[in-house]
Write a protein that binds this ligand. Structure first.
Ligand code: ATP
Ligand code: ZN
Length: 744
C-alpha cells in the first residue's frame, strides 16, 4: 500500500493502540490544542460511537489510510510516557509472543484508574495522623473506647492512616476516628500519599550455611555487575532460599536499586511481608488481586517513582513500571498461578525473564521443585544452576511412607495407620497437616436404587455435597441448589453421599480427636478477604493442632511445628491424561511433604494410595527431584512435548453442541502450517459442557517456536480480514493459548 503524505504539517498523525480485541493500531489526527502528543502517553479517541482511552504508539507524518478519512483524537492525557522503556518493549514482546491485541495488552498493564483517565500521579487522599497531644496522652484514657484505643495503637506502627487502612473494619471506625479528631488526638488532612517504612523490630541477619553462601555470592556479584543472566535456585524444601534472595536484595539496595519479588497467588502472606520488612528497613509495597483500585494505583506509583524499594507481588506486579530496577526474584517459580488463564494468557515468569533481559539485570528463579522448562534450561547451561541440597535448620528431610489402601481401607478418608500417626503426633504436642484436594463434604450424591448420581445441569460434572451450607454446588460453574431428598432420576429416597471432601474429614476428626483444635483451610472456609492470611497465621503460631486443607496449604509456608503430613488422596491424579499431570503431582507431593519437620526433629509424611507400585512414589520417597525430572524430560523429548516442542491450544465454546467443533474444524482447514508445525484434529474438551456451553479444542504443536508463531499469526490475520471467517469467529467464543498449562 502506498503511503499518503499528510500535507498539513501542523497536524501530526498519531498511531494509537486502543483496548479492543483487534490485533492492530489505529491512526488519528492529533488534537489541535492541548498537550503535545508523544509515544507512550494516553490519549482519548473517538471509536465508533464510543470514546476510548488508548496509548500513543507512534507520532508520524503519514498514514496508510486516506488522511481525509482519519478522525481527530480528542485529548492527550499525559505529558510523559506511562511505561518505562524496558516495560514498553516487554509489552510489545508480550503482544507478539502471545499473539494478543496490543491495545488490550497495554490496557492490562495499567491500573484501572489510569484506564479510566485519572492522572498518572494519585490524587491526594484523606489522611490521619496522631497530634502531639495524642502522642503525649496516656493511652489508658481510652480504655473505655476500645475502637479508639485500637486505632491509636495502630498509629504506633504507622505514621499515617487512610480510609483504605480500615477497609476490613466494621463501619463504626469512622465514628471512632471522628471522636479522636474532636478530642484533638488525631488530625485530618489531605495528602499526596507517601510510603512509610513500617516500624517493626529489625531482624538480625542469619549466618548463611556454605551452600547458601555460595549461591548468595553469585547473586550479589550478578546484581553488582548489572548484567542479564537467569539463575535457577533449586533448594530442597526448607533449605532457606528466602535468605539467599535476601542477600541478593541487599545487594540491589546497596546500589540504590529496586527489587521485584514475585510470589504465587497464595504465597503473599503477612509472614513473608513481615520477614521482608524486618530484614530491610526500607519502603515496601505489595501488589496483589486484593487491592482496591486506589491502592493499586498508589502501589504502581510508588514503584514507578522509585519510592518503593522492594515490590512484592503476584502475577500482575509484572506490569509495574520501575524507576531503577536492579533485580527480579520469582519464588516458587513452578507455580501454576503465574500463568494467567483468561484474557491475555501470559506466563508471568516467562515475562519476567524477558523483562530482566530488557533491563539488563539478573533474575533469580527459585523452587524446591522447578518447572521442567526451567530445569531443562539449567541442565543445558542456559540458566545458571545453584543447588541447596540440605535444610537450613538442623532438620533432615522428612521420612515419606505409603499407606496401602488396598490392605487397610480408609473410613471418612482416614486409614487406621493415618489415625494412629495422628494420635501419636498429637500426644507429642506437635501439629498435623492433612492434605486433600477436594473441598466440600462429598464429591458425589448417589442413588443406590437407580445407580445414578446428582449432576450439574449445566456442566459434565457431579454436584458436590456441602453439608455446612446445606447446598449442592457445582465447582465448575458455581451453580448452587438444595440438597435433594429424592433421586431426581427415579424418585427413590436412597441417596448416599460417596467419597470424601475436606468437610467430611473435618467432621470425622472432630469425632475422633475431640480435644484437638481443628482448622480447615479451603476455598469455602476462606471466602472473606484476609481470611486465608489469618488462618495461615493461626497455623504458623501453633494455635491449632490439626490443619485439613486443599492445595492452599501445600506451598511455601514455613510452619515450625508440623511433625506429620498426611496426604489423603492422590489416586485420581496418578492416571490423568494431561501430559503435565505427573509433573504437577510430583511437585505438589514434594511441596506438601516439605511442610513437615522444618525445625529440629525429623518429620513424617504418610501418603494413602491404592497404587503403591506406581513409580512416582519411589522418587518421592527418595526426595529425588533430579532423577524424576531427568526421567520425565527424557519422555517429553521422545514425544516432542514441551520444553522440547511448543504447544498452542485453540479453544472454542458455544451453546450449540456442533458449533464450537465446526469452528475449529474450519480453522484447521484455514491454518497453513509452517514447516515442523502440526495441527491435530478438533476434539471436544475433556469436560465438554461447562456452564451450559459446549467446549472444544484444537492442538497445534511445533518443533520451533517461530514456526508456531508465524502459522498462528497468519491465521489470525486471515480471520481479521476474511468476511466469512470473521462471521464464523463471531458466532462462537474462542481463545488462543500459547504454552497452555492445562487441557481442560
Ligand atoms: N542460615 C540459616 N540458619 C538458620 N536458619 C535458617 C537459615 N536459613 C534459613 N533458615 C530458616 O529455615 C527456615 C526455612 O527457610 P525458608 O522458608 O527460606 O525455606 P525455603 O527454602 O523457602 O523452603 P520452601 O521451598 O519449603 O518454602 C526458616 O525458618 C528460616 O528462618
Ligand atoms: Zn456446573
Amino acid at each position: 500500500m502506498t503511503l499518503l503524505q499528510n500535507t498539513d504539517k501542523s497536524s501530526a498523525i498519531i498511531c494509537v493502540a486502543v483496548p479492543v480485541p483487534l490485533r492492530q493500531t489505529f491512526d488519528f489526527l492529533a488534537p489541535q490544542t492541548g498537550i503535545q502528543p508523544q509515544r507512550g502517553a494516553r490519549i482519548k479517541v473517538p471509536f465508533g460511537s464510543r470514546t476510548l482511552i488508548g496509548i500513543i504508539v507512534a507520532v508520524k507524518q503519514d498514514s496508510e489510510y486516506p488522511i481525509a478519512r482519519l478522525k481527530t483524537a480528542l485529548e492527550v492525557l499525559d505529558t510523559e510516557a506511562v511505561f518505562d522503556e524496558p516495560l514498553w518493549s516487554t509489552l510489545e514482546w508480550l503482544a507478539r509472543y502471545y499473539l494478543a491485541p496490543i491495545g488490550e495488552v497495554l490496557a492490562l498493564a495499567q491500573p484501572v484508574l489510569l484506564r479510566q483517565g485519572e492522572a498518572l500521579s494519585p490524587t491526594s487522599i484523606k489522611t490521619w495522623s496522631l497530634t502531639d497531644h495524642g502522642r503525649s496522652s496516656a493511652i489508658e484514657e481510652l480504655n473505655r473506647a476500645p475502637l479508639q484505643l485500637a486505632i491509636v495503637k495502630r498509629f504506633m506502627r504507622h505514621t499515617s492512616l487512610s480510609p483504605s487502612d480500615f477497609k476490613d473494619e466494621s463501619a463504626s471506625w469512622r465514628q471512632a476516628i471522628s471522636a479522636l479528631v474532636s478530642k484533638g488526638w488525631v488530625e485530618e488532612y489531605a495528602a499526596q500519599p507517601r510510603l512509610v517504612v513500617s516500624r517493626v523490630e529489625p531482624a538480625a541477619e542469619l549466618q548463611l550455611n556454605p551452600e547458601q553462601a555460595a549461591a548468595a555470592k553469585s547473586f550479589v556479584t550478578a546484581v553488582a555487575a548489572r548484567e542479564f543472566a537467569c539463575h535457577l535456585l533449586h533448594g530442597v524444601t526448607g533449605s532457606g532460599k528466602t535468605e539467599v534472595y535476601f542477600a541478593a536484595i541487599q545487594a540491589a539496595l546497596d546500589q540504590q536499586q529496586q527489587t521485584l519479588l514475585m510470589v504465587p497467588e497464595i504465597g503473599l502472606t503477612p509472614q513473608l511481608i513481615e520477614r521482608v520488612e524486618r530484614r530491610f528497613q526500607v519502603p515496601v509495597v505489595t501488589m496483589h488481586s486484593n487491592l482496591n483500585d486506589r491502592e493499586r494505583h498508589l502501589a504502581w506509583w510508588h514503584a514507578r517513582t522509585g519510592e518503593a524499594k522492594i515490590i512484592i507481588g503476584t502475577r500482575s506486579a509484572m506490569f509495574s513500571p520501575f524507576a531503577n530496577l536492579g533485580l527480579i526474584v520469582v519464588d516458587e517459580e513452578h507455580d501454576n498461578s503465574f500463568k494467567q488463564q483468561d484474557g491475555v494468557r501470559y506466563h508471568a515468569r516467562d515475562m519476567a525473564i524477558y523483562r530482566a533481559k530488557t533491563h539488563g539485570i539478573p533474575i533469580v528463579l527459585g523452587s524446591a521443585t522447578p518447572s521442567l522448562e526451567s530445569y531443562a534450561n539449567a541442565l543445558s547451561g542456559r540458566y545458571q544452576l545453584h543447588t541447596l541440597g540440605h535444610r537450613a535448620t538442623s532438620a533432615e528431610l522428612p521420612k515419606i511412607q505409603l499407606v496401602d489402601l488396598a490392605h487397610q481401607p480408609s473410613n471418612d478418608g482416614l486409614s487406621p495407620a493415618m489415625l494412629e500417626a495422628i494420635k501419636i503426633t498429637l500426644a507429642a504436642k506437635k501439629q498435623v497437616m492433612l492434605f486433600l484436594n477436594r473441598r466440600g463434604y462429598a464429591p458425589v450424591l448417589f442413588c443406590s436404587s437407580c445407580k445414578q448420581a446428582c449432576k450439574c445441569h449445566r456442566c459434565d460434572s457431579y454436584l458436590t455435597l456441602h453439608r455446612r451450607a446445606y447446598k449442592m454446588r457445582c465447582h465448575h460453574c458455581g451453580y448452587e441448589g438444595r440438597i435433594p431428598e429424592l433421586c431426581g432420576h427415579c424418585g427413590a429416597k436412597e441417596l448416599v453421599d460417596v467419597g470424601d471432601g475436606t468437610q467430611r474429614v473435618e467432621d470425622a476428626l472432630a469425632l475422633r480427636f475431640p480435644e484437638a483444635r481443628l482448622l480447615r483451610i479451603d476455598r469455602d472456609s476462606t471466602r472473606r478477604k484476609g481470611e486465608l492470611a489469618e488462618m495461615l497465621e493461626l497455623a504458623r503460631a501453633g494455635e491449632v493442632d490439626i490443619i485439613v486443607g486443599t492445595q492452599l496449604i501445600t506451598k511455601g509456608h514455613d510452619f515450625p511445628d508440623i511433625a506429620l503430613v498426611g496426604v489423603l488422596e492422590v489416586d485420581q491424579s496418578l492416571y490423568s491424561t494431561d501430559f503435565r499431570a505427573t509433573e504437577n503431582l510430583f511437585q505438589q507431593l514434594l511441596q506438601v511433604a516439605g511442610r513437615a519437620g522444618r525445625r529440629e526433629q525429623v518429620g513424617q509424611v504418610l501418603i494413602q494410595t491404592r497404587f503403591t507400585e506406581h513409580p512416582i512414589f519411589e522418587t518421592i520417597r527418595q526426595h529425588d527431584f533430579s532423577a524424576f525430572a531427568g526421567q520425565l524430560l527424557a519422555e517429553r523429548e521422545a514425544a516432542g512435548f514441551p520444553p522440547f516442542g511448543y504447544f498452542a491450544l485453540l479453544r472454542a465454546e458455544s451453546p450449540h453442541q456442533a458449533q464450537a467443533l465446526q469452528f475449529l474444524r474450519k480453522a484447521k482447514q484455514d491454518l497453513q502450517p509452517c514447516a515442523g508445525v502440526m495441527v491435530f484434529d478438533a476434539i471436544p474438551a475433556p469436560m465438554e459442557r461447562r456452564a451450559g456451553r459446549y467446549r472444544a479444542q484444537l492442538l497445534i504443536t511445533a518443533e520451533q517456536r517461530s514456526g508456531l508463531n508465524a502459522t498462528l499469526a497468519t491465521w489470525l490475520d486471515f480471520l481479521a480480514h476474511d468476511t466469512e471467517a470473521k462471521k464464523r469467529a463471531n458466532a462462537v467464543r474462542w481463545s488462543l493459548d500459547i504454552d497452555p498449562q492445562d487441557f481442560f
